[in-house]
Design a protein around this ligand. Structure first.
Ligand SMILES: C[S@@+](CC[C@H](N)C(=O)[O-])C[C@H]1O[C@@H](n2cnc3c(N)ncnc32)[C@H](O)[C@@H]1O
Length: 252
């Protein structure tokens, strides 16, 4: 029997490649750094008590439930990038009636904050590991925060990295929404052009207004509050002669 002419089957129509989720530009680069022995001890002892993964909160595995975490419904302040926790611990100690959510990605900093919180016996700090922006967007209810603090966010000084800066119009809109009316947004930076960007972004956000009754200028600049501890980042700015700008806005 003659062989049937060999015809190539028509290629099956290929489905269009699945749209790749666009990789989000984040405001940080996560380097998993080694913990010192003391930090590791603090982590082992206190992370299970005080720590929560932002990823679990975002995907709903763990409920976002500050009243349950703190055992009360108090005023709530969220800090983006608590660093080594100096400011967070000092401010939480100075305001025991206020509950503090410290969000950070850098593990040695988180461990250091856990240590400070334990040493000072602070019951009003919860430590969240991961991207604060994702948490704010996905889980923090509108009008639920009394304050947001962003102290010395990474400056990303190179022009091509500017898109990584935290304080951008989209984030300002999210922050304004998550703050309650009368809630406060406090920013500090030692990079002059970032301070300018912050003022432009915040004054352009319709729901934010400079805290004039707390001494803010028309663009939000306030004198450095003496209760904000000098952190390593601020000290470096001082050593290198960069003036620090504090900015304060109300959610209208
Ligand atoms: C320059 S440090 C300042 C730390 C601290 N606020 C201070 O004044 O010492 C900025 C911190 O923000 C953290 N960070 C940046 N983007 C973040 C984000 N989206 N969510 C949580 N932490 C973030 C970084 O890991 C870094 O520790």
């Amino acid at each position: 029997m003659p062989e049937a002419p060999h015809t190539e089957p028509a290629p099956a129509a290929q489905p269009a490649p699945a749209a790749q989720p666009r990789r989000e530009v984040t405001s940080y680069v996560h380097h998993r750094a080694r913990l010192t022995e003391g930090q590791q001890r603090a982590w082992d002892r206190w992370w299970p008590v005080r720590g929560r993964e932002v990823a679990d909160l975002v995907d709903g595995t763990v409920p976002y439930d500050p009243p349950a975490w703190f055992g009360r419904t108090g005023p709530l302040v969220l800090e983006i990038g608590s660093g080594m926790g100096e400011s967070t611990a000092a401010m939480a100690a100075a305001a025991p009636g206020v509950d503090h959510l410290a969000v950070e990605v850098f593990e040695p900093g988180i461990a250091q904050l856990l240590m400070r919180v334990a040493e000072a016996g602070l019951a009003n700090v919860a430590v969240l590991r991961g991207d604060a922006v994702a948490l704010l967007r996905e889980r923090v209810p509108g009008g639920s925060l009394d304050g947001v603090r962003i102290f010395f966010p990474d400056p990303w000084p190179k022009r091509r990295h500017r898109k990584r800066r935290l304080v951008q119009p989209a984030l300002a809109a999210v922050l304004a929404d998550r703050l309650r009316p009368g809630g406060l947004l406090h920013l500090a930076t030692d990079w002059a052009d970032y301070a300018t960007q912050m003022q432009e972004v915040c004054t352009a956000e319709p729901l934010l207004v400079p805290a004039r009754d707390r001494g803010a200028s028309a663009t939000g600049l306030v004198p450095r509050p003496d209760w904000r501890p000098v952190t390593k980042f601020e000290q470096r700015a001082r050593d290198e002669g960069r003036p620090v700008s504090d900015l304060l806005y109300y959610r209208e």
